[in-house]
Design a protein around this ligand. Structure first.
Ligand SMILES: *Cc1c(COP(=O)(O)O)cnc(C)c1O
Length: 377
């Protein structure tokens, strides 16, 4: 099945009881049993719910995995996956990882005895140097947020498996339309489905797919034990969102590319970060391991004051956290999504006060460029 067909037909289609073409929202917590323990496969909705199950089958197929799991948020998905680790274990993780991921690793899992080393995973030497005899997993975000650094998933997977480490990839930015980490050797792929998968800024959720029955069993156990699951209404919204994932990503990609080229040529912009530009350090790698470059881009306007001035002038870019929706969003990572990262660390990473991040939407690309032009001028 080609990707555009897959987003429509993968997973569970419709409903066998009524013929309903849309997967119904099974708004129920429990299920009638014909006799004690004799069920139709569902007994309690924390454990399993048909609408959520349809979504889990869908993400499994989109990511070419052995099993899929849905969670109540991206952070719930990430936290549940990290619960595979034991006290005393060590994790190697991308240094400009999503702010919330940094926080949960640094403030919660560290307290529970799970150590982490944050490294620039786009440099294989740095990953190599971080391995200790307690390391159990490597966690990548690629492209990263907000600097769009690219890590070689295939090479990292080879390295991880030589050292008996799990490879976990946060695929939120690339989406299962453009990038398939499990095909490249990763063991676990996860998403903040709040972003491109939902696609309409109306649901918070997380998704996971795994490449083995063993991992499926372990994650399934954690999912049911911890219970950080989404309700059926949110599961349904995600199934609906996926139907247009291909169309949205194609349009977003086109707009993002045009905007990146416009910004690069503008005298008031000191730097543009977009993997689709030939001068981006990860360009060739991004081209090799993903079908597209996505809709996230960042650019530097030199100072926090300049950034503030631009933000009040734009009309079509909504000032908001989050990303990946039909409408274009604009943010200042240093003061918003990445505010929980201490300033010295932020500056060291290149997340300056003048860095502006765009999540490009599906509006007319010319309108978006005109808007940025008047705001910059
Ligand atoms: C938003 C985001 C998360 C966290 O997801 P939530 O749904 O907000 O909990 C994790 N990783 C990345 C890359 C994100 O953008």
């Amino acid at each position: 099945m080609k990707p555009k067909t897959k987003v429509i037909h993968a997973g569970i289609f419709g409903d066998e009881y009524t013929g309903s073409v849309s997967v119904p929202i099974y708004q129920t917590s429990t299920y009638k049993q014909e006799a004690v323990g004799k069920t139709k496969g569902y007994d309690y909705s924390r454990t399993a719910n048909p609408t959520r199950h349809a979504l889990e089958e869908l993400i499994k197929e989109l990511e070419n995995g052995k099993a899929g799991f849905a969670f109540g948020s991206g952070m719930a998905a990430i936290s549940s996956v990290l619960m595979l680790l034991n006290s005393g274990d060590h994790l190697i993780i991308t240094d400009d990882v999503y702010g919330g991921t940094f926080r949960v690793v640094d403030k919660v899992f560290k307290r529970l005895g799970i150590a982490a080393t944050f490294v620039d995973t786009s440099d294989p030497e740095k990953v190599r140097a971080a391995v200790t005899d307690r390391t159990r997993a490597i966690y990548l975000e690629t492209p990263t947020n907000p600097l769009l650094k690219i890590t070689d998933i295939r090479e990292t997977a080879l390295f991880a498996h030589q050292h008996n480490l799990l490879l976990i990839v946060d695929n939120t930015f690339a989406t299962p339309y453009w990038q398939h980490p499990l095909d490249l050797g990763a063991d676990i792929v996860l998403h903040s489905a709040t972003k491109y998968i939902g696609g309409h800024s109306d649901v918070v959720a997380g998704l996971v797919a795994v490449n083995s029955e063993e991992l499926a069993e372990r994650i399934g156990f954690i999912q049911n034990s911890v219970g950080a699951v989404p309700g059926p209404q949110d599961a349904w919204l995600l199934i609906r969102g996926v139907k247009t994932l291909a169309l949205r990503m194609e349009q977003i990609e086109k707009n993002a590319h045009a905007i990146a080229e416009f910004l690069e040529a503008h005298p008031k912009v000191t730097k543009v970060y977009y993997p689709g530009l030939a001068n981006h350090p990860g360009h060739e790698l991004a081209k090799k391991q993903a079908g597209g470059f996505g809709g996230m881009l960042s650019f530097d306007v030199g100072s926090g004051e300049n950034a503030d001035r631009l933000l009040v002038r734009v009309q079509y870019f909504t000032l908001a956290e989050s990303l990946g929706a039909v409408e274009s969003l604009i943010s200042v990572p240093a003061k918003m999504t990445h505010a929980s990262i201490p300033k010295p660390r932020r500056e060291a990473l290149g997340i300056t006060d003048g860095l502006i991040r765009l999540s490009v939407g599906i509006e007319d690309g010319d309108d978006l460029i005109e808007d940025l032009r008047q705001a910059l001028d």
